[in-house]
Ligand binder design. Structure first.
Ligand code: GLC
Length: 522
């Protein structure tokens, strides 16, 4: 595919905006203080009101919840905490009835230590499933290599006294790594995909998928003891991804994959698209490591263009997810910045991934040290329950939920914001509608506009005769720019301007920390 061009009939996921739901925190209907599948179903009107196209659910499969579902004990069943298969089928049907899609979170790198496969593997050194995981000989005082777990601090190996061997886990000891070098593992994992594809899911977010291929000799990291997560790029992963792609391609409906490829070099991330025969999309996490700084963002946007365009890889954009402080928090908490960031996320070329609650302008909850739930200890703040209503309980029935609400929930809740057209929720809604109505924004080419003024990030999107220019002032000062072409303001992030106002001429002025969508005047 030529650079910066999309097919005239793009697959749904190229024009979609995806909304990530962390099910524990979305909406509780059972009254146990933890969100559930029925809760998601009961709030679909919110997603429809907003105008997103697909929802990605963090894992809801059977799990002991050592990592809140990222430790799967059965890929083909639903944890009773969240509901059951019937509830999931009903949700799928309802989402589809509303013209939206569902992406499930598939966790291929590791299972729970309570998965039947691991319990069998662990049961004896000659169990037929022994080789489904990475077991290595050694003495109890020296792990087999210098890999460290991402969390908790310590080696990525646990010594099993009973069998006198170590097993590998890139995350907690409750999350043993599957051995994808074993063809039976690959076949079993492909079956878990088919199970959900047969039930009608539209795609998968694939958890730490760049780690599934491993050199069976498991050599030390040359850089010294540490986690391989940010640097591991093993050729066999690409072979596994081609097999996975063939599983998806055997189904109709453009079923898609988006990989959590936690490598911070866009050029390397782009190789995970293969020759359009591996991942359909991959997260490019440079965006979440970038502050509110126009020069830094220009480098990120240019880095993505240079990496993805030549290979025809469709980019993705993300500012927040369940693993990081929310972006409003990271950008300093300013309400104006949170609003300008809506244009940043939704108007760049590629598929944007929103994180539930960002449309309410949420910051992270404060979680007391003795209330921490997360095995890494640092991610609870962004996983706070979503406030639905202003009053007591914010739409959550339990007296106490698994985590406290985020600050200012009496204002930053769905009900209050949905009746206020000047709210950030309405800005998301309006920009999403603008995006849907503009082929330039949905799938047009992208050109960075250089040299306008320090602190300004600006780019042009074009598709046939549809054109938009987006300008974002990432400074605390009002600035004037000269675009050298007459334009009309289509939309502004400034609250007092009201979203979706009547078009009027752009005079070059952009208030501090604000953004505008402009249309050339012809
Ligand atoms: C991914 C998930 C994270 C999880 C980890 C282990 O990074 O996003 O939440 O803890 O994988 O599965």
């Amino acid at each position: 595919m030529a650079p910066n061009v999309v097919s005239p009939t793009p697959p749904w996921w190229q024009t979609a905006v995806v909304y990530q739901i962390y099910p524990r925190s979305f909406c509780d209907t059972s009254g146990n203080g933890i969100g559930d599948i029925e809760g998601i179903r009961s709030r679909l009107d919110h997603l429809e009101w907003l105008g997103v196209d697909a929802l990605w659910m963090s894992p809801v499969f059977t799990s002991p919840m050592a990592d809140h579902g990222y430790d799967v004990a059965d890929y083909c069943d639903i944890d009773p905490l969240f509901g059951d298969l019937a509830a999931m089928d009903t949700l799928l049907a309802d989402v589809h009835d509303r013209g939206m899609r569902v992406i499930l979170d598939w966790v291929p790198n590791h299972t729970s230590d309570q998965h039947r496969w691991f319990m069998e593997s662990r049961s004896s050194n000659d169990n037929p499933r022994r080789d489904w995981y990475y077991w290595r000989e050694g003495t109890s005082d020296k792990p087999p290599n210098n890999w460290q777990a991402v969390f908790p601090a310590g080696p990525a190996w646990t010594f099993d006294e009973a069998s006198g061997e170590w097993y590998l886990h890139l995350f907690t000891p409750d999350q043993p790594d599957l051995n994808w070098n074993n063809p039976d593992v690959r076949a079993a994992m492909a079956d878990t995909l088919r199970f959900w594809l047969d039930r009608g899911v539209d795609g998968f977010r694939m958890d730490v998928v760049h780690m599934i291929g491993k050199d069976p000799t498991l050599p030390d990291l040359l850089s010294g003891p540490g986690s391989p997560l940010l640097e591991y790029d093993e050729p066999s992963t690409h072979q596994h991804l081609r097999e996975i792609r063939r599983v998806l391609d055997a189904y109709d409906g453009d079923r898609c994959s988006v990989g959590e490829v936690y490598l911070l070099e866009p050029d390397v991330v782009a190789t995970y698209y293969g020759n359009d025969d591996e991942l359909h999309m991959s997260f490019n996490f440079m965006s979440v490591w970038t502050g509110w700084d126009a020069d830094a963002w220009r480098r990120v946007v240019k880095g993505a263009q240079d990496a993805f365009d030549p290979v025809g890889g469709w980019p993705t954009w993300v500012l927040s997810n369940h693993d990081l402080p929310r972006h409003r928090q990271r950008f300093g908490g300013d309400a104006a910045i949170a609003r300008a960031a809506v244009l940043l996320l939704l108007c760049l070329r590629g598929t944007p991934f929103m994180y539930a609650g960002e449309e309410l302008g949420l910051v992270d909850a404060e979680v007391a040290p003795d209330q921490i739930q997360d095995p890494s200890g640092s991610r609870d703040g962004c996983r706070a329950p979503i406030p639905w209503e202003p009053g007591h309980g914010h739409g959550w029935p339990a007296a106490k939920n698994w985590l406290p609400f985020p600050p200012e929930a009496a204002l930053r809740n769905a009900q209050t914001q949905r009746v206020d057209p000047a709210s950030i929720a309405w800005l998301y809604k309006d920009v999403l509608a603008e995006r849907r109505g503009s082929s330039a924004l949905q799938r047009g080419s992208q050109e960075l506009l250089e040299g306008l003024c320090d602190g300004i990030l600006a780019w042009r999107r074009s598709y046939e005769d549809d054109e938009r220019i987006i300008v974002i002032n990432m400074t605390n000062e009002d600035v004037e720019i000269d675009l050298a072409e007459p334009t009309m303001i289509r939309m502004s992030s400034v609250a007092s301007h009201q979203n979706g106002n009547e078009d009027h001429a752009f005079d070059g002025g952009i208030p501090a920390n604000s953004g505008m969508i402009l249309v050339p005047r012809r």
